[in-house]
Ligand binder design. Structure first.
Ligand code: DC
Length: 223
């Protein structure tokens, strides 16, 4: 019987890093749902469509095929057959993803893709509305968070490693805005599910957070 672990929370809380480790150890498929919104953000940006132009974004969905494929166990996201995974991790695409994710038609469009994967596999799925909307029956739900400063510090280090010129102040400001927008949109906002366990990773090392999450997950799975 397939089961799901849902991990929601704001940007930079460590969701994807921790989810990947859990997926490997528990032999589950890791689904990074943010990549789906990012791929649409990337596509509309590349088409020259303004992020405020909701009508054009909605119109584009008809000609769009967004797919997740697994290559050597690693998730890749394809738009109309093109692997866009390497282009979607920039600060500009983070903001574009957040903007398109507030459009109800975009969320509706991606709903089936997400539920379909979970119907056919046991998954660790991370995002903003997995425990509340996408997989309300997930066996384990975790709301993973950390202080804005500690999340921005992590994201800044990741971007620096990639040679991105963004400053810490920019990363922090973008993150605070994105979290505000993601939490205040009308459709499926970022919020803790009533039955989710709250985990705050501020000031923890990755190893500490992983160990804590693993203990929570194993306990929940045994219930
Ligand atoms: O997890 P991420 O930073 O890659 O997500 C990028 C944006 O996509 C995020 O700011 C909001 C949106 N998103 C969402 O609305 N719902 C999800 N399940 C995942 C991401």
């Amino acid at each position: 019987m397939n089961y799901a672990i849902a991990i929601d929370g704001p940007a930079g809380a460590g969701k994807s890093t921790i989810a990947k480790v859990l997926a490997k150890e528990l032999k589950l498929i890791y689904v990074d749902t943010g990549a789906l919104y990012r791929s649409i953000g990337y596509y509309v940006t590349r088409q020259g469509i303004a992020l405020e132009d909701t009508e054009s974004i909605v119109a584009v969905l008809d000609s769009l095929k967004v797919e997740l494929r697994y290559v050597d166990g690693i998730q890749r996201v394809f738009v109309n057959g093109e692997d866009v995974s390497d282009y979607i991790r920039t600060p500009a695409i983070s903001m574009a993803a957040s903007a398109v994710s507030a459009i109800p038609a975009v969320r509706e469009y991606l709903l089936a893709t997400q539920r379909d994967i979970a119907a056919h596999n046991s998954v660790v799925m991370d995002g903003r509305d997995i425990g509340t909307v996408i997989l309300p029956d997930a066996k384990v739900k975790i709301f993973l968070t950390a202080s804005a400063e500690s999340r921005a510090t992590r994201r800044f280090a990741e971007l620096q490693e990639k040679g991105d010129p963004a400053t810490y102040e920019e990363v922090l400001a973008d993150m605070v805005k994105r979290d505000y927008d993601d939490s205040h949109r009308a459709t499926a906002p970022l919020k803790q599910a009533e039955d989710a366990v709250l985990v705050d990773t501020s000031g923890e090392t990755l190893e500490q957070s992983v160990a804590r999450m693993k203990a929570i997950v194993l306990k929940k799975l045994a219930e």
